[in-house]
Design a protein around this ligand. Structure first.
Ligand code: FE
Ligand code: FE
Ligand code: ZN
Length: 291
């Protein structure tokens, strides 16, 4: 009887869903294989050149092989990242049009790999003020989201560098509130960004998560960008550091992956690493995960 109870408890243990940002230049299957070689079971990638530009054509065979590979190796969800150049709340209409068309095209392409995430930076208001920025960002989402899509779009929490919006949980919530198709929108929390934004995830993680929950709602949180930071708390700079080598530190990041309200989310490393560095960080974090 006790033995059976032990088994039941063991079955409840969850597996850490962790991976990193991968190059999409060789296609989906290559990303899946690279993830597996890193002991990653989730991953992120740019939908096109991070500086914008035209996306490569999607190869049907590649997608098909990838989907089978991902299923077999339990890889997913994918957290695709919109290019950095996309500014949903630019002051100039032609820049907003570029952002709209790019996101619409990305969402179209992501229908080939349904059921995943697409995160984007809500943008910089460039002097128009945060309220207008929030308005324009929500307007872009309302222009591109479609009832029938199978991708959840994630608003990323930002460091508040320059005139970035999404620098507080209140601003993220304000964008969300103005979106019509709410079931297709969620939030991606970046540990480096919120630390740089002034949220003390190192010494007051529980308070920060409680605040996120009361302002945004924890059920809207769909992914974590797990990064250390080169900056001090509240620096509003956004410079990622390797896990354990920055001001947040390994102990605090271990608390993030083990937090009861976070531990089942996909964690994406966007740390300044190549293959071996990522493999090492994934191994370290798996070792610190309590399930
Ligand atoms: Fe990002
Ligand atoms: Fe990020
Ligand atoms: Zn960043």
């Amino acid at each position: 009887m006790l033995y059976m109870k032990g088994l039941a408890l063991m079955a409840k243990k969850s597996i850490l869903r962790i991976g990193n940002h991968l190059s999409s230049s060789k296609g989906y299957l290559a990303m899946g294989e690279e993830a597996l070689s890193l002991d990653a079971n989730v991953f992120a990638f740019f939908t096109r050149n991070p500086r914008g530009g035209k996306a490569k054509d999607i190869d049907d065979d590649d997608v098909k092989s990838f989907l089978a590979f991902a299923k077999k190796n339990k890889i997913g969800p994918l957290v695709a990242h919109a290019p950095y150049t996309l500014n949903p709340c630019a002051a100039k209409e032609d820049l907003r049009k570029f952002a709209r068309e790019t996101m619409a095209d990305d969402l179209d392409r992501l229908e080939r790999t349904p059921g995943n995430y697409y995160n984007f930076h809500p943008g910089s208001h460039v002097g128009q003020g945060a309220d207008i920025g929030i308005e324009l960002c929500a307007a872009l989402l309302n222009a591109v989201l479609k009832e029938e899509q199978h991708t959840t779009v994630l608003i990323e929490t930002m460091a508040g560098k320059g005139s970035e919006i999404g620098r507080t949980f209140e601003e993220v919530r304000a964008i969300y509130d103005k979106v019509e198709l709410k079931s297709h929108v969620g939030v991606c929390l970046d540990t480096c960004h919120i630390w740089d934004g002034g949220y003390d995830v190192r010494d007051h993680l529980d308070d920060v998560i409680d605040e996120f929950d009361s302002v945004v709602g924890i059920e809207k949180l769909k992914a974590i960008h797990l990064n250390d930071s080169m900056n001090v708390l509240g620096a509003h700079k956004d410079r990622h550091q390797k896990i354990g080598e920055g001001n947040i530190g390994l102990d605090a990041l271990a608390r993030v992956i083990n937090h009861p309200k976070l531990k089942n989310l996909p964690f994406i490393l966007e740390t300044p690493n190549e293959h071996d560095g990522y493999a090492k960080e994934i191994k370290t974090l798996r070792g610190l995960y309590k399930g």
